[in-house]
Design a protein around this ligand. Sequence first.
Ligand code: GP9
Length: 405
Amino acid sequence: QRKITFTNADIQKIKGTDPIVNPQYFGVAKDKNVIMIQLESFQNFLIGLKINGQEVTPNLNQLVKESYYFPRFFSQIGQGNTSDAEFIVNSSLYPLENGGISQVYGNKAFPSLPRLLNASGYWTATFHPNDVSFWNRDDLYPALGFSTYFDDDFFGKEDLVGMGASDEVLYRKTAGELQKHRGQKFYAHLISLSSHHPFEIPSAKLDSFTLPPDYSGTFLENYLLATHYADRALGQFIDQLKQDQLWDDTLFVVYGDHFGFPLDQANKRKSLVTSMLGRDYTIRDVFNVPFIVKVPHQQTGEVRENVGGQVDVLPTLANLLGIPLDKQIHFGTDLLNSHRNLLGERFYMPEGSFINDHVIHVDGKQPYNVPLDEQGIGYEPAEDKQRIQQLLKMSEEYMDALPEH
Ligand code: GP9
């Protein structure tokens, strides 16, 4: 087994992030349950969006009002799509240029959020209503150190939407299982599925949310109805957790895995999309997913405008849970304590692409920048491109050196 010669301090130095000396909020959720929801194909532009006065995501909008909300948070998946997102948030490591992590490194034992929590006496489980062999999750889950998983065998076939049991079933059966584990601290990672492409929600599941006739028959109509349904099912889960008296003992986290509404679809209905948003839809929207963190008993929401990505989830949560990460290699940064960032993007953007506080840089033969603020206008990417390539290489070097599970 090869030896890794770099440290977390080296990583942060290359990233250019400020050292965190006395982190704020350390341990505010210590020993609390953790429920983390990964929402399928869920982009950030949906949050707060109203169409004809109706909110697309009323339940998430309510959650945002009592949580830390990061509207400048980005998906970083590679070819492993949904499964890569599961991997990144739990490991704070990068996906690969080619191949899903579960296919290439599914045999490795990753230092991870589940392993940290197992060591603190938590029961750790992941819940996803697809067959666990999809994206080799039967390798991925032990690689990430989950105590157990629940897949389509558990969720059954009585109420299917698209690839598996509906989100309503996902949440209802998961809530039942969590009830059985009350008394022991738990970490439940739920991977929703109903808002997966092609976004066809059975008509019996639609509610009074209706779209104007110009949406009729469009990809966007399906996307909005599916994400609205996903939000409603999530709202029911939150109500159930309150009824079960688990809500106040739980660090509750929601984020989106990756895009669902691609640029070519938006361009086909440019004027409709522009009038819906009140601005143009760009590649920034495609990669921008929500990240919402509710600390138990938190009453008031705070919008955090600093840039973050899926790689930052583990360090952000570890701080809140009072788990020091100094002995565990991680490529992310605690988003509640840091205000500078550099994120790698690969596979869905050419190698060498990155996002920092000022710009999305899309590398390749015809590289271009999408500014995120004034300093991003005319940004010279060479130095950050070199830094991010170094970090991605280090992440792979680290994974190569890990033992097998
Ligand atoms: C479902 C899932 C969805 O299990 O992985 O497909 P994806 O978005 O990953 O292609």
